[in-house]
Design a protein around this ligand. Structure first.
Ligand SMILES: NC(=O)c1ccc[n+]([C@@H]2O[C@H](COP(=O)([O-])OP(=O)(O)OC[C@H]3O[C@@H](n4cnc5c(N)ncnc54)[C@H](OP(=O)(O)O)[C@@H]3O)[C@@H](O)[C@H]2O)c1
Length: 268
């Protein structure tokens, strides 16, 4: 049990202004945990300000742009002052998906931005908050990845094949030729997860990559039209409730695993 905020477990969630991140914050607060919600502009998030009114003693808002190393450092400094006992669980959730152009048409500047936000950002956040995670009791880091980062799945489309692991198990082929920047960023995030899991295992620190499923958020709904459905199959509340069951059940032996929201292992 964490003792740094009374008896509450302390979670830090990035990209907490909306979508999956905001839902993590909401569910963690509702079950009584202490939450640090990091967002580029926390005061502009109606969801966060409403939760702050309802759960004043449990919720801390902090400004953090994961694409800006100075912003990450400033957030780590202020949180280490506010939580000298450390934090227990870091959820690296912030992310962008980029445009749905064919992979061969991926824009260079956008590719760079995606890598910064989805890959380097979570690494820099992890590095900046490691001293606080080392002090925490749970020592868990959840990197929100995507099934689209699975190289094993992507390679199944070669020679006219169809995916056996994708969200729609083969029917998602219109997506297979798109979103190179996003896929590469999540594949690199997966390697970052495994590399750090190996490096930090002897310290008892657990890292996993988590695919939340195809979720009805601003990002998730962007691909619905292309796949011929009205909206993604999962709501954020359902996905996050399922993810939390996986996270709650983590042990050191599971460190380095690429899970989906159902707790199944996704092939790298
Ligand atoms: N939805 C899906 O189907 C799906 C599937 C697989 C994986 N994922 C992953 O799940 C995570 C959350 O996605 P979502 O569906 O909730 O997307 P979303 O609704 O578009 O929300 C994205 C969140 O990331 C934040 N963000 C973007 N750039 C940031 C930056 N530079 N610094 C800090 N925060 C930043 C956004 O903040 P602002 O409000 O400031 O823009 C927002 O809070 C992402 O990592 C995504 O790749 C989603």
């Amino acid at each position: 049990m964490a003792i740094h905020d009374g008896d509450r477990i302390v979670y830090l969630v990035t990209g907490a202004s909306r979508g999956i991140g905001l839902e993590y914050v909401k569910q963690l607060l509702e079950r009584g945990d202490s939450v640090i919600a990091a967002a580029r502009n926390p005061d502009n998030s109606g969801g966060l300000t409403t939760l702050a009114e309802r759960h004043e003693s449990q919720l801390t808002l902090v400004t953090m742009d994961v694409a800006d190393p100075a912003s990450i450092k400033a957030a780590a400094t202020s949180i280490s002052e506010a939580f000298p006992g450390g934090i227990d669980v870091l959820i690296n959730n912030a992310g962008i998906s980029g445009n749905l152009v064919m992979s061969s048409e991926q824009d260079e500047d956008e590719f760079r931005d995606i890598l910064m936000i989805n890959t380097l950002g979570p690494f820099l956040v992890t590095k900046a908050f490691l001293p606080l995670i080392r002090k925490g009791s749970k020592k868990q880091i959840v990197n929100i990845s995507s099934g689209l980062g699975s190289i094993a799945t992507a390679a199944q489309y070669l020679n006219g094949g169809a995916s056996k692991h994708g969200v729609l198990k083969g029917a998602d082929s219109p997506m297979a030729r798109r979103q190179l920047g996003y896929r590469a960023s999540k594949a690199a995030l997966n390697m970052t997860t495994v590399a750090l899991a190996v490096d930090l295992q002897e310290e008892g620190i657990i890292l996993i990559a988590m695919c939340p499923g195809w979720v009805d958020t601003d990002m998730g709904s962007g691909t619905a039209g292309m796949l011929g459905v009205a909206k993604p199959p999962l709501t954020a509340p359902t996905s996050v409730a399922m993810q939390l069951k996986v996270v709650d059940g983590l042990t050191l032996e599971k460190s380095g695993t690429y899970f989906n929201h159902e707790g199944n292992i996704v092939p790298f």
